[in-house]
Design a protein around this ligand. Structure first.
Ligand SMILES: NC(=O)c1ccc[n+]([C@@H]2O[C@H](COP(=O)([O-])OP(=O)(O)OC[C@H]3O[C@@H](n4cnc5c(N)ncnc54)[C@H](OP(=O)(O)O)[C@@H]3O)[C@@H](O)[C@H]2O)c1
Length: 279
């Protein structure tokens, strides 16, 4: 890898940030394409987020990604944001523009759809109702992406019902709120089940969900990617449902940022998956 005095710089802003796989991913692409650049972890406490965003152009950064817990707060701190970022209420990609302004975008929804398109060619959101577990930032990105792709019904199921209702209201008539206590029943007649909560992630509580009512043809996907095959995906696979893991979403959501900072759209292929998995 070349890092000269002219290297282009980007990074990931998070707190903590040590868990992030984005440095592995972007530095793999930088090396693969022989780009003079570097992508670094940027541990930034919540109280310093505004300062950190303002510092990006001053330090010569081309931009940055944002991860937990900054995505929502950063929306109010950027100089401009894309319509989809405003609609979702979060930014995960910052680009320093030629005039020094910091622009924010949300690419999680794109990443979610591109992952399904790559792993299940022919899959269509129009196939039937979608169940989205969660109502946080990632769930909002997923739900708006499904809405834009023509999902006929989006069932929002979240522990905190008020958050589910707020998201459903923003989504409009296509959305329905189903109480968290009714989550097993919410699966009836669904064509897609998405876990967009943090449940099932290493170090987090398990997702307690009975799949008995789920059509065996329904696609099941988890945006949690550590572990790669979550208990939800394993249970779905055992009963014959098609499954897609969340690693591809991470890879695909990163591509627009890399293109903006480093000048080319990188491949999301098997080698990239291996590198991000560390295998
Ligand atoms: N694959 C990818 O590229 C990708 C991209 C973005 C995020 N993610 C992953 O997606 C997950 C969610 O991220 P986020 O940014 O949306 O986080 P977030 O805004 O903090 O939302 C967390 C969600 O999980 C729910 N939840 C947390 N603990 C729960 C529990 N004990 N019981 C029931 N529900 C619980 C929350 O419900 P309440 O509203 O009731 O708190 C909320 O809906 C994280 O694991 C993140 O790593 C993956």
């Amino acid at each position: 890898m070349t890092i000269s005095g002219k290297a282009k710089l980007a990074g990931v802003i998070g707190w903590p940030v040590g868990h992030s796989r984005s440095p592995l991913l972007h530095n793999h692409w930088l090396a693969r394409y022989g780009i003079d650049g570097a992508y670094v972890p940027l541990p930034v406490a919540p109280a310093d987020l505004e300062l950190a965003i303002q510092a990006l152009p001053r330090l010569g950064f081309a931009g940055a990604n944002l991860t937990i817990p900054h995505k929502e707060k950063a929306l109010a701190l950027v100089d401009r944001a894309t319509p989809r970022a405003w609609r979702i209420g979060a930014v995960n990609t910052l680009v320093v523009e030629p005039d020094g302004a910091v622009a924010g975008d949300s690419t999680d929804g794109l990443g979610f759809l591109a992952n399904l398109a790559q792993e299940r060619p022919g899959w269509s959101a129009k196939a039937g109702p979608a169940v989205v577990l969660g109502a946080g930032g990632a769930a909002a990105a997923v739900a708006f992406a499904l809405l834009d792709e023509g999902a006929p019904e989006i069932r929002i199921v979240n522990r905190s019902r008020d958050k589910a209702e707020a998201l459903a209201e923003r989504l409009g008539d296509t959305a329905r709120v189903i109480d968290w206590s009714e989550r097993d029943r919410a699966l009836e007649g669904a064509a897609l089940l998405v876990n967009a909560t943090s449940l099932g992630m290493s170090g987090q509580p398990a997702l307690d969900l009975a799949l008995d009512r789920l059509d065996p043809r329904a696609l099941v996907t988890d945006i949690v990617y550590a572990p790669l095959v979550t208990d939800l995906l394993r249970a779905a696979q055992e009963r014959g449902n098609p499954i897609v893991d969340g690693l591809g979403m991470l890879i695909h959501q990163a591509r627009p940022g890399f293109a903006a900072w480093f000048g080319l759209t990188p491949e999301a292929d098997a080698e990239t998956r291996r590198v991000v998995l560390g295998s």
